[in-house]
Write a protein that binds this ligand. Structure first.
Ligand SMILES: [Zn+2]
Length: 242
């Protein structure tokens, strides 16, 4: 009898604990039956966060819903069209700015190159300007002869525009270029013409080849400078002196 009371209290306590346990067990989902996993999942925060990530991914359509609604909202299409028009306008203005910048730089290069003069042929001078002689139609030599070889290159002496290419009596195959200062340079007796009338040429650009066409006794370049159709000393125009 002395131990009965404690036994009764122990049994009573045991019954109570079993009852609580059964209540919890019955309250839990069936998939927890027989599981060795801890009942309280809050003790596994890592698993919980993984579960939350899965949920977040699954909930993405809900997150997108407001955006979809905004795109479809009244006035949104107009805003998109306006934005596209503005973007196209910005792109067009940028292209125009780049084109203007390129043109400005090209003009600066042309202006710089326009200051330069080169010899029309890489050859020594065989006959100077103004020499008198019956072999020339006017009785004197109206240009400078460069004693190059047949086929050697002939160069534009300055920046300019080709105004004539073709055959001239006595001169043979001829090129004429008008320069920025109004002077016309003439390249005669050519074997080949490499430019066309109306074409802009750069200083030092190859325009043809030395030959002996027209009235010429052997291959050479006859080079003239004309101001308003009058012969001027090419040496002064080329080098500032005879
Ligand atoms: Zn000559």
């Amino acid at each position: 009898m002395k131990i009965k009371a404690p036994n009764n209290r122990w049994i009573s306590g045991s019954v109570l604990l079993v009852a609580i346990g059964l209540t919890i067990a019955l309250a839990l989902p069936s998939n927890f039956s027989g599981s060795s996993e801890p009942v309280v999942v809050a003790d596994a925060p890592a698993e919980l966060s993984v579960a939350n990530e899965d949920v977040a991914a699954a909930d993405l359509p809900i997150v997108q819903t407001p955006v979809v609604a905004k795109l479809g909202a009244p006035g949104t299409e107009e805003k998109i069209l306006k934005f596209r028009a503005q973007a196209a306008d910005i792109a067009a203005r940028e292209l125009a700015r780049i084109a203007a910048e390129k043109e400005k730089k090209a003009a600066e290069r042309r202006a710089l190159r326009a200051k330069y003069t080169v010899n029309p042929a890489r050859a020594r001078i065989s006959v100077g300007y103004g020499r008198k002689g019956r072999i020339w139609d006017l009785g004197w030599h109206t240009g400078i002869d460069f004693n190059g070889n047949f086929g050697d290159s002939v160069y534009a002496a300055r920046v300019g525009t080709v105004i004539f290419t073709g055959w001239r009596p006595a001169y043979g195959r001829t090129i004429e270029i008008r320069h920025l200062d109004g002077v016309v340079t003439r390249y005669a007796h050519l074997s080949r013409i490499r430019v066309e009338a109306g074409q802009e040429v750069d200083v030092g650009q190859r325009i043809g080849n030395i030959g002996a066409s027209g009235k010429a006794f052997g291959a050479h370049l006859h080079f003239e400078t004309l101001v308003n159709g009058n012969y001027k000393n090419p040496g002064i125009w080329l080098w500032g002196s005879d």
